[in-house]
Design a protein around this ligand. Structure first.
Ligand SMILES: NC(=O)c1ccc[n+]([C@@H]2O[C@H](COP(=O)([O-])OP(=O)(O)OC[C@H]3O[C@@H](n4cnc5c(N)ncnc54)[C@H](O)[C@@H]3O)[C@@H](O)[C@H]2O)c1
Length: 458
């Protein structure tokens, strides 16, 4: 991000933006009152951060792909996919792979009519792999387009997709500027076509992301954003405990310690590309913190960092040549932030680029009077450790075969097919934009502190 844009965002966060978020504090009710449903199959209820919402979480709901009934027969379900990369087509980096889950949700009904990606080579490669497999029928007629405009220009009335699945880099979306305004183009040219959009919603100025959110809301386009951890059963269980006991959350403490040894994308290490690990990665935990704690008061955010040029920030196994990145654009190794939630609780986040090997160490704790809810390892093996009032023991809650990626895909398809009350969608575009705002506020606060320290040393 350029200095000018960073300044724009900084102004937005510290002045106009924070009150704007406050005004929007009740907006998640849009998501939850509009889309609440009895979760017969997927075990997730459309909870809001409002205390009056009810919990109808079903721990028995089947969420694993291999435990689902075979997809029902029916007409074609046409999808245009944006981005031929890891999130949509899978990689060794993690369990994400939206196309795989769409195939299992829709079976032979799935028809991927378009794959939009400026890298024709990558698009051809993933289509070749699909066409050599048993899912060939979904991809044999897929056309490749370099951008959304070319795709839209080619559309004939019978080709209109039932959904557009966006997994392109966030640098090309969530803004009002040409070529970075994907959602604006889609809502204008293809209104009424539901959009699945990956996190984070953008890498651009926060106020532009809110403009996009407003346009989406006005167009009444159904949108689901990929904050899949909300769909975890243990997360829904935590929500249920908080709501059933009418608890006021006192503190939320998130700890995200990543294993960096195999993070070999140069852009990830460059703040001008991926915006840094809070906006790109810890966004999932900032989102969960908001899910449990409500809106954060952005003006209260304070943060410290360990930067790349400090003794404590030296890492011995960085898998890229970091010297290719300008020193001022290198990511911090540690970011520690605290803030107040508007409802009074204190939030904190520690993000650390420290571990080697493969597995991250992640945990999010929620405290309320007499209660401790400790969510451990939500990515790999989610467990909830739960302490009740008047008791010293920690109960353990664990659900087998829970696949939050499948739940978010499945719920979205059900809403498209059976109406917006068919299944809960837990992250709207506007709600996801508030998470984006919190992550920027944390990055800005840590940079302010680091710069102040440098200036005082000079
Ligand atoms: N929810 C999760 O757990 C999760 C996991 C991985 C990635 N993601 C998100 O998914 C998004 C994509 O990440 P990825 O890992 O798939 O990246 P990637 O680099 O593997 O793939 C991105 C693809 O998009 C293409 N592309 C570039 N510009 C484009 C444009 N303007 N229009 C269409 N396609 C374009 C690239 O050529 C590439 O094929 C990011 O926002 C990332 O944060 C989310």
């Amino acid at each position: 991000m350029s200095f000018a844009v960073a300044n724009l965002v900084r102004r937005g966060v510290s002045r106009s933006f924070a009150p704007r978020v406050a005004q929007r504090a009740g907006v998640s009710a849009f998501l939850t009152t509009g889309l609440r449903a009895t979760p017969r199959r997927y075990g997730v209820a459309a909870f809001s951060t409002k205390q009056e919402s009810t919990t109808d979480f079903d721990p028995e709901a089947v969420t694993a792909m291999d435990k689902q009934a075979p997809p029902s027969p029916g007409g074609d379900f046409r999808i245009a996919i944006v981005g031929a990369g890891n999130i949509n087509f899978g990689s060794d980096e993690g369990p994400w792979n939206h196309s795989f889950r769409l195939e299992h949700k829709l079976g032979p009904r799935l028809k991927v009519t378009a794959l939009i990606d400026p890298s024709e080579k990558r698009a051809k490669q993933v289509l070749k792999t699909k066409c050599e497999s048993f899912v060939e029928s979904a991809y044999k007629d897929t056309k490749i387009f370099p951008n959304a405009e070319a795709y839209i220009a080619s559309l004939k009335p019978g080709d209109r997709p039932h959904a557009i699945w966006v997994g392109s880099p966030p640098a090309y979306r969530g803004r009002m500027e040409k070529n970075r305004d994907l959602e604006v183009v889609l809502c204008r040219e293809l209104p009424d076509i539901p959009l699945f959009v990956e996190k984070p919603v953008s890498t651009g100025p926060v106020d532009q992301a809110f403009e996009v959110a407003d346009l989406i809301k006005e167009s009444k386009t159904l949108v689901s954003v990929g904050y899949m951890l909300r769909y975890l059963k243990v997360v829904q269980k935590m929500k249920q405990i908080l709501e059933d006991n009418n608890l006021n959350v006192m503190s939320i403490n998130a700890r995200y310690i990543m294993a960096y040894e195999h993070t070999a994308k140069l852009d990830w290490w460059d703040k001008t590309q991926n915006c840094g690990p809070i906006i790109e990665q810890a966004t999932h935990f900032c989102d969960l913190a908001r899910y449990f704690g409500g809106e954060a008061d952005l003006s209260s955010v304070m943060a410290h960092s360990v930067e790349h040029d400090e003794p404590a920030g030296q890492l011995s196994k960085i898998p890229v040549d970091e010297s290719l990145i300008e020193p001022e654009n290198r990511i911090p190794r540690v970011t520690c932030a605290t803030w107040k939630f508007e409802k009074g609780a204190v939030g904190s986040l520690t993000h650390c680029v420290a571990l080697q090997g493969q597995n991250y160490s992640t945990e999010l704790d929620v405290y309320a009077d007499g209660h401790m809810l400790r969510l451990v390892d939500p990515y790999n093996s989610p467990i909830l450790y739960f302490r009740r009032p008047g008791d010293d023991h920690e109960e353990i809650v664990r659900y087998q075969n829970d696949d939050p990626f499948f739940s978010e895909v499945s719920n979205f398809i059900d809403c498209i097919e059976d109406g917006p009350n068919a299944a809960p969608i837990l992250s709207s575009y506007e709600d996801a934009t508030k998470t984006y705002a919190l992550t920027w506020a944390i990055r800005m606060a840590s940079e302010r502190t680091a710069n102040a320290k440098k200036n005082s040393a000079n």
